[in-house]
Design a binder for this molecule. Sequence first.
Ligand SMILES: C[S@@+](CC[C@H](N)C(=O)[O-])C[C@H]1O[C@@H](n2cnc3c(N)ncnc32)[C@H](O)[C@@H]1O
Length: 311
Amino acid sequence: MSSYHTPVMAETCLDLLKLAKGKTYVDATLGGGGHALAMYKKEPAIKLYAFDQDADALDYAAEVLEDHSPVLIHRNFRHLRTELAYHKVKSIDGILFDLGVSSYQLDCAERGFSLDKDAELDMRMDRESELSAKKVVNSYSEYHLTRIFKEYGEEDAAKRIARAILAARARQEIHSTGELAKIIESVAGKGSKESLKTKVRIFQAIRIEVNDELNALRDVLTDAINLLNPGGRIAVMSYHSLEDRIVKNVFKEVATACICPPAIILCVCKHIKQLKIINTKPICASEEELAANPRSRSAKLRVAEKVKEKK
Ligand SMILES: C[S@@+](CC[C@H](N)C(=O)[O-])C[C@H]1O[C@@H](n2cnc3c(N)ncnc32)[C@H](O)[C@@H]1O
């Protein structure tokens, strides 16, 4: 596959999406177009709307998909409903989310996502957006930094690392991923596995904040489910437990007919079951795929199907 990004669990995703001729699909996270191309290979006669908030991804994927005619949309997928309405799409037959960052974004030093490459702190998927990692690190209060390190990084040393950042930036502005890594090491130590894990967690937390990743996911899931035709499927591949928890909980709630408290004998909630969950346990990559693509290690795929609404 392309050096931009190797699509994860492509066959499984496509099988579970049940692609069919003439139907309309959304690839909410186009990236290098790997999943989108696989979709066209499996069923060329589909209508595909593909989102990415990173202009580099759209440029790259446009070439990968040049033999096909997807509608490419440079927008955060949280605007799914309004963008599809703009394109006069009222309903869809399937949607795929392959969350997080692409290998290209991680490997391209100047995008400032990576712990391994010293570069200007950036981490914006959408380079037109105002909030960068540099802004977060240099302007957020100790309280705010601690909160994001705790919430988005699940980091025990959140407060101490936030304090170290404030002390460092009082001396001079923090510019690079390397400088940030050193500040984290001043708290977590250097060279140990634990210290590496701490750095990964802090970088993850800042990336989630910069791109408002969890809120975008929360915003889009209900819209995506509402847009699905009966029988249509939603497939979401997440790469850390915070995302997976959101997907699991939204699917569970929408797949429940009654959400009245257990003490209520006769249902009063009027909640409508909209989804059937296809896999209660998340699907992971095979040993073979893990060996070929280590980045598939943390992937968890959840799929659900829209059911006819009845109460
Ligand atoms: C894991 S990559 C997708 C790779 C793709 N499936 C492929 O096969 O090449 C995730 C992509 O989704 C994009 N992305 C992540 N969150 C997004 C959001 N909220 N809105 C739009 N694009 C998003 C990223 O910019 C990145 O290019």
